[in-house]
Design a protein around this ligand. Structure first.
Ligand code: 5AD
Ligand code: SF4
Length: 454
């Protein structure tokens, strides 16, 4: 295949919300007659859907945009679009730095993308449109799914928490929940179309419905009673054909008992909870504006483990927040050793423009922070391996998701607790449930074989 005006190539950076947005963008473009290509050299339209949560992501993006210059020189007809959170935060500055960008579009302007492309075709100037509000999403089925049997569904957009380090509330706007009827109807349609796993997405899914209290019009007053994530989970769990329900991300301050009970009581709500704790020091948690103490987090963690059998908890941790001292870091390390997360995503603090923490005094040198980071990583890797080793020799049900990207003849299955298992098997098993015996543990995945008996 060679360069064709009607081919589009899309690359996604960052979180699953961006993945979902890319699926929406792909659906919009395909409706306009564009064809998706996996090779950017063949594309007449290139879209980068960007992430700005850490500076490193932004710098990497600049490298990617820089590389597109040669392609534009080879094919002056090429249309380059930059969307997502970096587009929303840097706006025209992106075009000033990279004048060969054709369109910068914001997180609330996805619906306008095909109009913007048409306008650009008849105009001599690049376009920057980032003023759109993330629109009320009326249907959740108009996106191009990667897997025929599973779908990612946003239940809310934006965030009102303003953790002091985080840029998300500034680039994704206010928290806005999608109406329960929209979500339920969409999932029913997806189930009829062969989808049996859904992952509910939002920056803080546990506060689902709270925005109805102040956004809703008078005729929708009934929604005020629909303001609970637990209720939503129970309703989705009752939809025929939905065998696996997952959700992310959770916030400890909003994880109520009825949500724990909804996970416990519905066998199709998976026992995996991603619950970022960020820091084990109460001083730092307060500076982060997280609104819980390490003791409150710990209590919640144990309550989940007690009530939900085989529940796995994963987390996010930030190292080197401004003002964090060795004693604060040691509290984080202590909590990690005590709670034994299945997996932790660890991040070195990255100062983001416009956030509260940007102005905080930050005296600890980066070399020291990196030392802490390495210590935390080594500790957690050993814990993840030990936790995974507890599963060896046992048999678990897995959903076969895809062929392994690493080795031919290998398949990848996902357990209820979200752990990936690699095993040998025929490609035809993809999309089905199978029992796997775990033969070997690794820190981030397992090896297994098809089990004779459960
Ligand atoms: N620096 C480092 N990590 C961050 N995160 C969010 N903002 C920052 C930042 N400025 C991390 C948090 C969050 C995860 C998605 O990214 O741990 O939970
Ligand atoms: Fe950022 Fe905090 Fe909102 Fe998560 S809850 S998106 S960390 S502001």
């Amino acid at each position: 295949m060679a360069f064709k005006k009607e081919n589009f190539y899309i690359e996604t950076f960052g979180c699953q919300m961006n993945e979902f947005d890319s699926e929406r963008i792909s659906a919009i473009l395909e409706k306009q007659g564009y064809l998706k290509t996996e090779n950017r050299e063949n594309a007449g339209l290139i879209i980068l859907n960007t992430c700005s949560v850490r500076l490193k992501a932004e710098n990497k993006l600049f490298g990617h945009i820089g590389n597109l210059k040669v392609l534009k020189e080879q094919n002056p007809g090429l249309v380059i679009c930059i969307g997502g959170c970096t587009a929303q935060s840097l706006k025209e500055k992106l075009i000033d730095t990279f004048p060969y960008i054709d369109i910068v579009f914001g997180t609330g302007n996805i619906e306008n993308l095909s109009d913007l492309i048409k306008t650009r075709a008849t105009s001599s100037k690049s376009i920057c449109k980032t003023s759109g509000n993330p629109e009320e999403i009326k249907e959740l089925i108009d996106f191009k799914r990667k897997f025929p049997f599973k779908a990612f569904i946003p239940v809310m957009t934006g965030c009102d928490n303003y953790c002091s380090y985080c840029i998300v509330p500034y680039v994704r706007g206010h928290e806005k929940s999608i109406k329960p009827a929209t979500i339920i109807d969409s999932i029913k349609k997806l189930a009829a179309d062969g989808v049996f796993e859904v992952t509910l997405l939002g920056q803080n899914v546990n506060s689902y419905g709270q925005s109805f209290g102040h956004n809703v019009e008078a005729e929708d007053a009934a929604l005020k009673n629909a303001n609970s994530f637990a209720k939503l989970l129970n309703e989705i769990a009752a939809i025929q054909g939905i065998k696996r329900i997952r959700f992310m991300t959770s916030h400890p301050k909003d994880f109520t008992e009825d949500i724990i009970n909804a996970v416990r009581d519905n066998s199709n709500v998976m026992g995996h909870i991603h619950l970022p704790f960020q820091s084990g020091s109460d001083k730092i948690l307060e500076m982060m504006n997280r609104k819980y103490t390490s003791k409150e987090y710990e209590d919640l963690f144990y309550k989940m483990k007690e009530r939900i059998p085989d529940c796995s908890v994963t987390t996010d941790i930030i190292v080197g927040f401004p003002g964090e001292q060795e004693e604060d870091f040691n509290k984080t390390l202590e909590l990690v050793r005590k709670l034994k997360f299945s997996r932790a995503f660890t991040f070195l603090y990255s100062s983001r423009k416009g956030t509260k923490a940007e102005a905080f005094y930050d005296p600890v040198p980066i070399v020291e922070k990196k030392k802490w980071f390495k210590q935390l990583l080594d500790t957690q890797n050993a814990i993840s391996l030990a936790e995974n080793e507890k599963m060896t020799g046992k048999v678990f049900e897995a959903l076969v998701e895809s062929e392994s990207t690493k080795k031919s003849g290998r398949l990848e299955g996902r357990l209820e607790n979200n752990t990936i298992v690699n095993f040998d098997g025929p490609k035809g098993l993809t999309g089905s449930f199978i029992n796997l015996e775990i033969t070997q543990a690794h820190p981030f995945y397992l090896s297994g074989k098809i089990a004779e008996h459960k």
